[in-house]
Design a protein around this ligand. Sequence first.
Ligand code: PMV
Length: 360
Amino acid sequence: MTESDFTPSENYKVLTQGSVTYQSPSNIALVKYWGKHGEQLPQNPSISFTLSNCHTTTTLSYKKAASATGEIEFDVLLDGKSEPDFKPKIAKFFERIEKYIPFVKEYSYVIDTTNSFPHSSGIASSASGMSALALCLMEIERQSNPDMTPAYFLQKASFLARLGSGSACRSLDGPLVVWGNHKEISNSSDIFGTSYNGNVHDNFKNYQDTILLVDKGEKQVSSTVGHGLMHGHAFAKARFSQAHDNLSELMRVFEVGDVDAFIKLVESEALTLHAMMMTSHPYFILMKPKTLEIINEIWDYRQQTGSKVCFTLDAGANVHVLYPENEKHSVQDFIATKLSKFCQNGHYINDFVGNGAKKL
Ligand code: PMV
C-alpha cells in the first residue's frame, strides 16, 4: 500500500448532517518511535501494547456548510467545555488529511471529546484522541462508500491518525501493533500501523500496565521538538538501526516467551529514548528524581522476589510498570505500598493490554 491507495477517486455523496462516536485507547511503545522525516514518517519501526482503561471517547458531529473563509470550521469540547488549546493541532490535522478525505471541507464540525484519564495527568491524549477522530472521519467516508472492506477502513483510519500524531496510528488495533517497515514483519508499513502477526507466547497475554503519575504537568518538551532533535543527532543513525535489531530480538522473545529478555529489552529501550534526549542539543532530562526512585525500587523488588516486573517510559517523567497477569495481585500490592508515594497525590492508573478502538 502507498499513499496513493488512500487518495479517493470517486465522487462522494455528501450527507447533510450526522454524528458518529468512537472510543480509542492509548498505547505504550516497547520499541520506541523517536525521530521522523517527511510527512510524519518514522525513522525506525516501533511496536506497542494497546491499552484498555486509558482511552478517549469522541463524538464527531458534522453539518454541511460552505465555509466563507475556505478554512474548516470546527469547535472542540473537552468534557463538554470549549477547549481552544486543542484547535491548532486539529487544524493542522485537517490540513494534512484534506487530500485523502476530499469531503472534509464540505462540513463544519463539533468534536466532543472526553478522556477516561484526567486531562492534566501527563498521559498523552494525542494517540487516543487522534485515532478516535480519524475513525470518526472514516465512518463518514464509509457512509458514502459502504462496500469498503474492514481491512481498508482500519488501514486508512490508522494512516489518517498517523498524520495527526505518529504514535496514534498504533492505537486502533491490538494487542500488539507495529508501525514502520521491518524486514521480518511482512505486513509492516511506514504509513500505517498493523496488528503484529507473529506468534506471541501465553506469557505475554493480558500483560498489565500500571501508570504511575509522577508529573502531571505539561510536557517539558513537546513530541514535535523531541523528534526534531534527532535531526543531526550524533547517535541517531546507530539508534535507528538498533531499533530494527531490538524489534527482531523482541520477535524471538514473543515467540519463545522469554520474559527475562523482554525486561532487558524494554527497559533498555526506555533508557535509550531518555539518553537520546540527554545527548541532543539542546539537551533535556525528562525524568524527575521520583522517576529514578521508582526505577530503583522496581530493581530492588525484582532482585528480592524474582518478580518479572519491569518499567518503561514515554517522553516524560511518568513510569509505566509492566508485569505478567499472574503477578497482578503481588505487583499491585507492591505498587500500593512502595511506589504510590512517589506519585503526585498518590495517583496511578491500573491498566492492561487491550484490543483497540470501538464504535459506540
Ligand atoms: O506520537 P508522538 O509524535 O507524540 O511521539 C510519541 C513518541 C513516544 O511516545 C515517546 C514513543 C512511542 O513510540 O510512542
